[in-house]
Design a protein around this ligand. Structure first.
Ligand SMILES: [Zn+2]
Ligand SMILES: [Zn+2]
Length: 430
């Protein structure tokens, strides 16, 4: 019979193996702990939404909607999309679930996979993962500042050291049209140097030329007018208040007047977390204020502000989680086939008490078993041979100090006592 061919994962989709997913879990748990201190509750959203949700929230003209979404017709011909981001879903749920009435100032955080059909590149995948937080129903600068303080604390908590918070204001419905007009005028004067995408952007949403990734466009845009010079008084006051609160809390940031968010519904505060050493695509996360979005999605006129962080990228730069890589403290080694039952019983009792235990199969020499225990990075080997079974007490070998404690563990001792004994031995430093 012909050997069946192996089936590969879909391009841009990948597996997260245990070593990496342990780091992810640490990032998620740190978020859970910290965000709870700021009053955020977790929302679990579907990954599939109606395509129109994103067309309406992100804007028909965005690259995401035009080129990058996984959209397909369901069997009843409804257009469905694998979510490319979660803010639109949070807002849909906020309106649909009645939070808009019950808890208008809801604070929600989420985590999970997002999908964009981008060209795969280092650290970028078509299924990627985000942790994000959204603060609804608040238009005051304190909300923006509180969110940014939380973000800064989170990055510090996971040891993401070489990051920089960049801040800007993108104006609002009052002052942005004026800025867009100035930008359009500037763009038309440099039309030949801009890419064809930017020609289209100039007519429909000129701000988008500011984050075009084509090098020629970037060179042109470097001399473009900046939105900070066009802010109305209300936007200026809001920005100054956010900055004063960040300064008070000693949250470092840099103003980046070129920073715009690629999505239509952002207004006023826009920010990005940039990491050194991630190459050209160096954004770890970002966010901002989206005061028109809830209304645009059929809800009440409620403002919002939020951020999203890419877990893949954060995991690449977070340094605070090394100690969470847990090797089993103990590996149980059944020397003979008849020691298999007692070895499993001992392992179960230790695990029930919260001790991580490795368990090797029987049928090999003591030397081979010890080598296996060593490979797992264990501190202790618990040996169950004929002699130990006869005495009802296991031998414990300290794999670091290379010394045996014969008949150290009474197999019929209470589980708690066994665990305490093992923990004491593991804790003993050479
Ligand atoms: Zn361009
Ligand atoms: Zn304004």
């Amino acid at each position: 019979m012909e050997k069946p061919a192996a089936i590969a994962a879909v391009k841009g989709f990948r597996d997260v193996l245990p070593e990496e997913s342990r780091r992810w879990r640490a990032l998620e748990e740190a978020a859970e702990r910290l965000f709870a201190l700021y009053g955020f509750g977790e929302i679990r959203l579907p990954i599939l939404e109606r395509a129109e949700l994103f067309a309406r929230s992100l804007g028909e003209t965005t690259d995401v909607v035009q080129k990058e979404m996984y959209t397909f017709a369901d069997r009843d011909d409804t257009a469905l999309t694998l979510r490319p981001e979660a803010t639109a879903g949070v807002v849909r749920a906020y309106v649909e679930g009645g939070l808009a009435q019950r808890d208008p100032a809801a604070r929600l955080f989420y985590r999970g996979p997002m999908f964009r059909r981008e060209r795969p590149q280092r650290g970028r995948f078509r299924q990627f993962h985000q942790i994000g937080a959204e603060m609804l129903g608040r238009e005051d600068a304190l909300a923006d500042a509180e969110l940014l303080v939380m973000l800064a604390r989170y990055l510090a908590a996971v040891g993401a050291r070489d990051t920089r918070l960049e801040l800007n204001s993108v104006g609002d419905a009052v002052c942005r049209p004026g800025f867009a007009a100035r930008l359009r005028e500037f763009g038309r004067a440099h039309l030949t140097a801009l890419c064809t995408d930017c020609h289209r952007r100039l007519e429909r949403n000129p701000l988008r030329i500011l984050d075009c990734k084509v090098p020629e466009c970037r060179a042109v845009v470097a001399a473009a007018p900046v939105v900070l010079d066009s802010l109305c008084d209300a936007c200026r006051t809001h920005l100054d208040a956010v900055r004063a609160l960040l300064d008070q809390e000693r949250v470092p940031y840099a103003m980046n007047p070129r920073l715009v968010r690629g999505l239509d519904y952002y207004c006023r505060t826009a920010f990005e977390v940039v990491a050194e050493g991630l190459g050209a695509q160096n954004a770890v996360g970002g966010g901002g204020r989206y005061d028109g979005l809830v209304a645009a999605l059929g809800g009440p006129d409620v403002p919002g502000v939020g951020f999203a962080i890419g877990i893949e990228r954060l995991a690449m730069i977070a340094t605070g989680m090394e100690e969470l890589v847990t090797a089993p403290a103990v590996v149980v080694l059944p020397l003979a086939e008849r020691a298999v039952g007692p070895a499993l019983a001992l392992s179960t009792r230790l695990r029930d008490e919260g001790v991580p235990v490795g368990l090797e199969p029987a049928g090999r020499s003591l030397k081979a078993l010890l080598r296996a225990a060593d490979r797992r990075g264990a501190r202790l080997a618990v040996i169950l041979g004929d002699e130990e079974l006869a005495a009802g007490r296991a031998t414990v070998r300290d794999l670091v100090r290379h010394e045996d404690r014969r008949q150290e563990l009474a197999l019929d001792a209470p589980a708690r006592e066994l665990a305490l004994r093992v923990q004491a031995l593991v804790g003993a430093r050479p």
